[in-house]
Design a protein around this ligand. Structure first.
Ligand SMILES: [Zn+2]
Length: 182
């Protein structure tokens, strides 16, 4: 096990676009293992490399008992959307908010051995692929919310006990995300 500390909102690494993987080597396989171990320990439904401070285009997922990873992902999204689904993020502990996402996603990329992979997801799996690929672009789920929802989210974030955005004044009671944070 090689569980890594998860970077929280406010850490600049979460706003830095990650680089494509070029070398499918031992180091990459260790990164996939670290991501997997850290995600399962959290527990979470997905984790992207920047969330453990690594600027490479790699994420892992654990949705509907399916465990996997994807490298250098590309997404093809459905027009049909899920506007109301709740979404959490391991970099925003204890918080989840309605976040609009495409209902279906086809993700293409590579596995850690450099072999091409195509993954199809609906609902939470599709949401996960979108959320994690966003992380690789330095995009966070708060960016996907409408203005009103983002304001509510930012207020909850400022009040969260892990937040460095303001002095801790209000004790916030997080509602559980049931291991579905991404
Ligand atoms: Zn996340």
């Amino acid at each position: 096990m090689a569980i890594q500390p998860i970077r929280l909102f406010g850490d600049p690494v979460l706003r830095t676009p990650a680089d494509p993987v070029k070398d499918f080597d031992k180091e990459l396989r260790k990164l996939v293992k670290d991501l997997t171990d850290t995600m399962m320990d959290a527990p979470g439904a997905g984790l992207a490399a920047p969330q453990i401070g690594v600027g490479l285009r790699v994420f892992t997922y654990y949705v509907d008992d399916q465990l996997g990873h994807l490298i250098n992902p590309n997404l093809d999204l459905s027009d049909e959307a899920d506007e109301e689904g709740e979404e959490g993020c391991l970099s925003f502990p204890g918080l989840s908010f309605p976040t609009p996402r495409a209902l279906r996603a086809v993700a293409t990329g590579f596995n850690m051995h450099g072999e091409p992979v195509t993954l199809e997801g609906t609902d939470l799996m599709a949401r996960c692929f979108q959320h994690e690929t966003d992380h690789l672009d330095g995009v966070l789920f708060i960016d996907r919310m409408d203005t009103k929802q983002r304001k509510l989210a930012m207020k909850a974030i400022r009040e969260a006990d892990w937040s460095g955005l303001s002095a801790p004044a209000v004790k916030f009671s997080p509602h559980a995300t049931h291991g579905k944070a991404l």
